[in-house]
Design a protein around this ligand. Structure first.
Ligand SMILES: Cc1cc2nc3c(=O)[nH]c(=O)nc-3n(C[C@H](O)[C@H](O)[C@H](O)COP(=O)(O)OP(=O)(O)OC[C@H]3O[C@@H](n4cnc5c(N)ncnc54)[C@H](O)[C@@H]3O)c2cc1C
Length: 394
């Protein structure tokens, strides 16, 4: 049996970012922090054609700059210079340009494995105690914190437990935290694609009657495809031959990048909007995908979680109360509530509006896209949401 001040359950991108954000304070205040994760990260980074990637917003870049990690991440980050939003078969289209927004890039596309590698390398093992590979199988509330039972049958007590174990959190359910879940009836098909022409830092968000797609620029003139289709159609597209897949993709996406030449491994993610009904209790915070899982097409999920993470770290650092104090955790919740509501709302509305083949809605979004291009304040609002800077001036 051992005791730490803070136990972070889940060493994914969110859990590891929180550990990094608290590392210096842990050194100063003598906090013991444990990070518990079942899958050991490789010490060597292996670039892969098939790796999954994330579009980091400009706001996330600023957060990683503050955490001293951006220079490292930037070594393999592809800047997004322009986002082209269009509706297949209709006239409306809009372009968001980094130069117009006065930023060096609207965002950056980075392989998840690279962000994870940079995070794990930056963690000081003298301050952050890795329990890896290890999994928390049970959590029990105790007077002054939580007792965690690990799958190696050891126990760990903590003043504050942060649940960052992802969208399918079994522990969240075990703790009786209800979730609201709205299935989109769609799946996201993910793959890396190589186009004939140079992508020149352009990202494409394209809306079709069958569902939205995003084609994001990646290092080495690859593109990261996120293609949303009905569950059945996505299953079918997972299985068709490479040539047929590229043919259908080309038809839906068009020839903005010339012929699409190669596609890597395809992966499928069934999509729902899932929100935990409680995010804080005394001695407990639910963070990251365990708190909210969003549709990936607007590229907001991780960016929102990173803002939550920084806010939680700042509130904990500013507080003089002991770790786990409920009033402190409620302050974190209040601070992020508006950002969460706006980001979840933006992502959900954009997804539903642009996934609908209903003619009136389709005409409306066509006007919406034209309007965005004609009305700079509306476009600026859209750009700030897309850049992850909607509610705060980072
Ligand atoms: C297809 C797709 C594309 C996306 N693209 C973008 C994008 O472009 N931009 C963006 O902002 N967001 C994007 N997202 C969202 C983003 O991936 C998530 O927000 C992010 O992965 C959440 O990280 P997390 O650490 O909360 O959860 P996870 O990444 O799921 O990590 C949870 C961790 O907890 C560990 N764990 C689980 N159970 C236990 C346990 N019992 N004990 C200990 N550890 C445990 C797991 O091993 C894992 O490492 C996308 C999502 C999908 C599905």
């Amino acid at each position: 049996m051992s005791r730490v001040n803070l136990a972070i359950i889940g060493g994914g991108l969110v859990g590891a970012s929180l550990a990094l954000a608290l590392q210096d304070t842990a050194r100063q205040r003598g906090w013991r922090i444990a990070l518990i994760e079942p899958f050991a990260p490789g010490s060597e980074y292996q670039p892969s054609y098939d790796a999954r990637s994330t579009a980091l917003s400009y706001g996330s870049r600023l957060i990683y700059e503050r955490l001293g990690l951006w220079q490292r991440i930037a070594q393999r980050a592809e800047p997004i210079q322009q986002i082209h939003v269009s509706d297949r078969g209709r006239f409306g289209a809009t372009r968001l340009q980094a130069i117009e927004e006065g930023v060096p890039a609207l965002g950056y596309v980075v392989e998840n494995a690279w962000i994870g590698h940079c995070l794990w390398q930056a963690l000081d093992q003298d301050l952050i105690e890795w329990r890896c590979p290890a999994e928390v199988v049970a959590m029990q509330r105790q007077g002054d914190g939580y007792r965690l039972t690990l799958n190696d049958e050891t126990c760990l007590d903590c003043d504050l437990a942060v649940l960052a174990d992802g969208g399918r959190s079994a522990l969240r359910e075990q703790l009786g935290i209800n979730v609201s879940s709205k299935p989109y009836g769609q799946s996201a098909l993910i793959a890396n694609v190589s186009p004939l022409e140079a992508h020149r830092g352009q990202a494409f968000e394209r809306f079709t009657d069958d569902g939205p797609m995003a084609m994001l620029p990646l290092e080495g003139n690859r593109c990261a495809l996120v293609w949303t289709r009905s569950n059945a159609d996505a299953e079918r597209l997972l299985r068709v031959s490479e040539a047929q897949f590229l043919g259908e993709l080309q038809q839906a996406f068009g020839y903005r990048l010339g012929a699409l030449q190669q596609v890597g491994a395809r992966h499928l993610y069934p999509l729902s909007l899932v929100e935990a009904q409680e995010q804080v209790r005394a001695h407990l915070v639910v963070l990251g995908n365990a708190a909210h899982s969003l549709h990936p097409i607007a590229g907001q999920g991780y960016n929102l979680s990173l803002r939550d993470t920084l806010a939680l770290a700042e509130v904990l650092i500013a507080s003089e109360a002991p770790l786990g104090d409920f009033a402190t955790l409620q302050r974190y919740r209040q601070r992020q509530q508006l950002d969460q509501q706006m980001t979840v709302g933006f992502s959900d509305q954009v997804t539903r509006l642009f996934s609908n083949a209903q003619p009136l809605l389709a005409a409306g979004r066509n006007l919406g896209l034209l309007g965005l291009d004609l009305l700079p304040p509306a476009k600026r609002w859209f750009a700030r949401q897309a850049m992850g800077m909607g509610t705060r001036s980072l």
